[in-house]
Write a protein that binds this ligand. Sequence first.
Ligand code: C5P
Length: 318
Amino acid sequence: MLSRPLSPQRAAGLPRQVTARAPAKLNLHLSVGPLRSDGFHGLTTVFQAIGLFDQVTATESQALSVAVRGEGERDVPLDGDNLAICAATALADRTGHAPAVALVISKAIPVAAGLAGGSADAAATLLACDALWGSGLDQDALLDLAAGLGSDVPFALTGGTALGRGRGEHLAPVLAAGGWHWALAVAATGLSTPEVYRELDRLREGGRVITAEPVEAVIDALRSGDPAALGPVLSNDLQAAALSLRPDLRRTLAAGADLGALGCVVSGSGPTCAFLAASADDAIRLAAELAGADVCRTVRVAGGPVPGARILPAGGPR
Ligand code: C5P
């Protein structure tokens, strides 16, 4: 019996399809410095990866393509602005592999929400294509590619809880004793990250002093493992700018405080509001009551920290 010739992929012992997933992030602290000459702001931030994941399946193909399914699928660009496409192209450029792969993104992370969903897609794509193409890049090379794709992409690779400096790409792990429980209030429409940074510059030029709590307070509270210590020191310079662009978020934050959240903060450039709860059960209660308070489009519950981007076992649970 004649057998069909193996594809070059199979002949090289490589898989025909790889799925990777990467987590959303919260910023538990974000202090923003002045605008730099490269168009970015220097910052100090504390990231925490939370248990809300996008998945990217990369399949051997003759051409580069992307399809998006799930949460906010219609709001994700399918052209060269798509960070997964950028990631596959950057990896192909670096390795000399043809930029040919069919990407399918299954989204659970809300789009343009301040949760770094696009960065998660880029990180998952880097891992999936690296495995699919057998490039075998080490962690440093992947982190370097990630930093070129976006400020939050390196953290989506590493996960956990980390201190970020530079524009967010220089990372150092932070000890976060135990688990942390979050309820998230997701708004009906997203915010543009560059617009929020511009609004912060505008507010500051107008004389508004906007300074986050000291980062050491957040690091100490994380080390203590006590959510009652962390709640009051959560802070984000971009929150004032997000509230200036979207005053309705004040109601959302106030509702979480009234419902007993230990701390409330806009995540990243917003508009998602994150509420710290005392326990997993309390986070579920808080989310349910926020959903009933008519202050957001939808709610999520997530725990952190979780690991960064990972390849999922072939045929395993999704
Ligand atoms: O790196 P990322 O794609 O997330 O950045 C999107 C935009 O947000 C940048 O083009 C810049 O306008 C703004 N930004 C910034 N300073 C940072 C990160 C982002 O000004 N540290």
